[in-house]
Design a protein around this ligand. Structure first.
Ligand SMILES: Cc1cc2nc3c(=O)[nH]c(=O)nc-3n(C[C@H](O)[C@H](O)[C@H](O)COP(=O)(O)OP(=O)(O)OC[C@H]3O[C@@H](n4cnc5c(N)ncnc54)[C@H](O)[C@@H]3O)c2cc1C
Length: 399
């Protein structure tokens, strides 16, 4: 949706092919970081996102036994971004806003209920996209194809591109309740990463609910993990509450750290989960996918207008975004996840000491927050802008 909206803004005709009959409404990612809000501000949705979302400047790194370990405040970045906070908003709301916008945009064709079954790059450039919809099978010819079809990407498989990495043995259970956990656990922030050698936790607030994430061991069945009695027991372990917790959403999902071997084959590119997937610890999966989308669409627009050379634009996209996926997204989410689940007592203590030291040193805290908000990678590599172009924060006024 973001790639289609960006292409439309850049006057590039676009056909969006989506297997589902309508935009998905399930609760998945819930955080938009500063760098992403800067990029989205060019798409005309950021004001609405602020109207519907929660601005959360502070988050906690905690320990289940010891309580608060370190507090981080994104306000430290107020001199460098108009958005010095995490905006908590479930991702389907952005999809809804963009869908509404795209439905009325000339040059945009939305093909819902249509599945891509394969992609064949053409020898002279462009590609043929094989699709199956209500009218049967057909092929679409395109100058460029953006594979944004998620972790199981048909586009990636059809190109024969490997997806190397690993899968965590434990699955992650996400359960949401309408009870205000900050009343049950006074002093917690709106976003909390809680370390524990036995059962780490991730607690965060959205407008609709409080969400808790915890690990589910390999031997526990999905039915048992999602069972009402199990979830009640888990929530009571987080904060005892007579009368129990109304649970409004529950999902069990498998978490991987994987990156596609290449993000490009000719004029076909991979972005988002089709290109890289990671642990949700840090809330950077969706964000970095949006950065991929903005990067490649700006390059495609330049290629079409004759300002950019196709080979160098697309190879730069593939190289830089692969680097960001490995050096930032994978590296940081692996470290964040390990901090939470560390079982070795000495390493756990050392990790907590390091977090305390970072949080209490303004210079280190700032560097840490720049990385966590994805501002560092955006400032370092740019997002699809030609050399000399102002960085996104300079180009974008505050909302
Ligand atoms: C339960 C859950 C919780 C999550 N929580 C977080 C979180 O807290 N923080 C975070 O950063 N990330 C989180 N994520 C990950 C985040 O949701 C993804 O990074 C993000 O959705 C990736 O966007 P995408 O557009 O690349 O892929 P997707 O959102 O997977 O979208 C791919 C789209 O392509 C469509 N599609 C697939 N195959 C085809 C085909 N062959 N033809 C046509 N259409 C097709 C699908 O229907 C889908 O609409 C979570 C994911 C899950 C599942």
């Amino acid at each position: 949706m973001v790639a289609a909206a960006s292409l439309a803004r850049l006057d590039v005709p676009v056909v969006l092919v989506e297997a589902e009959d309508e935009p998905k409404t399930d609760w998945r990612a819930s955080t938009f970081h500063a760098a992403t809000l800067e990029l989205l501000s060019g798409l005309g949705v950021v004001e609405q996102m602020h109207a519907e979302g929660l601005q959360v400047p502070i988050y906690h790194f905690r320990d289940r036994r010891d309580g608060l370990v370190a507090e981080f405040d994104f306000s430290l970045l107020a001199d460098e971004t108009p958005y010095p906070y995490r905006l908590q908003l479930n991702q389907q709301h952005l999809v809804r806003m963009l869908h509404r916008q795209l439905a009325d945009t000339p040059g945009v064709t939305l093909l819902f209920g249509t599945r891509v079954t394969g992609v064949e790059p053409a020898p002279g450039g462009g590609a043929s996209v094989l699709v199956e919809g209500r009218g049967g099978a057909s092929a679409l010819d395109a100058a460029h194809v953006i594979g944004a079809d998620g972790a199981g990407s048909t586009v990636r498989r059809s190109l024969g591109v490997g997806f190397t990495g690993y899968t965590y043995p434990e699955r992650f259970l996400i359960a949401s309740t309408t009870i205000d956990l900050s009343e049950a656990l006074p002093g917690i922030a709106d976003v909390n990463y809680v370390a524990d050698p036995h059962e780490w936790l991730f607690l965060l607030r959205t407008v609709e609910s409080w969400r808790a994430v915890w690990p589910v061991p390999p031997e526990q069945s999905e039915d048992e993990a999602k069972d009402e009695a199990t979830l009640q027991r888990q929530f009571q372990g987080v904060a005892p509450r007579p009368g129990g917790y109304p649970i409004v959403d529950r999902q069990l999902y498998r978490v991987h750290q994987r990156v596609a071997e290449t993000f490009r084959a000719g004029d076909v590119v991979l972005i988002g989960d089709a290109a890289h997937i990671n642990s949700p610890m840090g809330g950077v999966g969706l964000n970095s996918g949006i950065h991929d989308a903005m990067d490649v669409t700006r390059r495609i627009a330049r290629i079409r207008s004759g300002e950019g050379d196709a080979e160098s634009e697309l190879s730069t996209f593939a190289e830089l975004r692969h680097r960001v996926a490995v050096e930032y997204v994978q590296a940081d989410t692996q470290r964040n996840t390990q901090r939470l689940m560390e079982t070795d007592e000495a390493r756990r203590r050392a990790s907590h000491d390091e977090m305390r030291a970072i949080a209490t040193d303004p210079g280190r805290a700032r560097a840490y927050m720049r990385r966590a908000s994805l501002l560092e990678s955006v400032r370092r590599f740019g997002i699809g802008l030609p050399p000399g172009h102002p960085s996104p924060s300079e180009a974008v006024p505050a909302h």
